[in-house]
Write a protein that binds this ligand. Sequence first.
Ligand code: SF4
Length: 457
Amino acid sequence: MTQKYYIITFGCQMNVSDSERIAAVLESIKYKPVQKIEPADLVVVNMCSVRQSAVDRVFGLNQKLVKLKNHNPQLTTILTGCVLKKDEKKLSRFFDYIINIKDIGKLPKILRNKNEGKKDYLRIKPAHVNKFSAIVPIMTGCNNFCAYCVVPYTRGKEVSRPAKDIICEIKNLIKRGYKEIWLMGQNVNSYGVQRETDAKQNAKLMRNKINFPKLLKMVNNIPGNFWIRFTSSHPKPSTRAKLSAGLVPYRNKVSGTGDFSWNELINIIAKGEKITPYLNLPVQAGDDKVLKRMNRPYTIKQYINIIKKVGKKIPDICLSTDIIVGFPGETKKQFQNSVKLFKEINYDMAYISEYSPRPKTMSAKMKDDISIEEKSERKRILNNILKETALGKNKRYVNKVVEVLPMEYKNGLLFGKSWHYKTVKFKGNKNLIGKFVKVKITNALPWILEGKIEYRI
Ligand code: SF4
């Protein structure tokens, strides 16, 4: 009898990408996906530990899993993703297996006692969730150890994928008609750092000096009609820049080629006709002292300089950021620097989070001294500024025709992303999903543009 699987994914796009790899491994041993959890013989939960709320959602699944197990005692449950050791112990009561995300290639062995599992999970060919937009991981892990973040503990050290594998995967996707490629990594700036697991590939990366801008250029040179996006970048100065400034390199100085100047990257984005003008550059705090306590090795002046350089070369750049409010010890005055920064940069989008301590991290040892009410007030303030700046930015598109990739259909309306990564809503037919169309923008709201279809490209 065919075994059915259901995957629950929490967290970032990297986890979405990992779930596509999990699906591919399961399908290689003849498991079939199901749209609802109830008929599944196997439930895989791909967890995120970045925020406590995400962890709580996994704990919140427990009752559901117990109920499903009572109904179907043959049900197998697996937990993977970003799992902290501390939570592992508590969650082991509700899952049959807890496996490291890097070991998903061993699922055939675990489930069928088959030996065909592949060791390196980045080499598993993913089963993409749609036929037009694909996430392509280029590296995983993080060496940065920001004071609040669990990723270095759950995902381990940075490992880059060989450029050859990445290019080959993208060429295949383009042949199959994919229109949007997301190059994904916790920290794409570090692309090209030493691969611990593969000395030969590492030597090649070093020889070819393939850093992130060079990889981006290689992807841009692949023939075809498609868009390239990437996330996430780190605003830290390059090791070269730090060395030439006579500064002591910070603790996470890379040992491979994963180092570039922002000028190099900006030039590639500006020239690359397939590279979309969208940059997510997490600032995390608007105050130098808070940044220092967060172990983020840059100043606000350096951050603004990068944004200015980007704006000069790519005037229509769409900017987003990630920021935390209420980090331990963040005074009202220091928070005002975040307010100032938001007003100065005019972000198109921002992902604003209220600080919550995560076990094992450096900040967990600091006193979480900002009240919940104050954190939500700070979030509200930044959100209000963002609403205004996002609306101001969106108004620039009114009466203009923009290219859109429709991704979703609901009640006669299509929702898609524009070249600048703006959400666009317009009337249209379902069969336009995954095909480029031209849309005339008729109205701008802070989080969405409304328009009328002009024609299909
Ligand atoms: S750069 Fe910092 S916030 Fe981003 S994954 Fe690494 S440690 Fe976490």
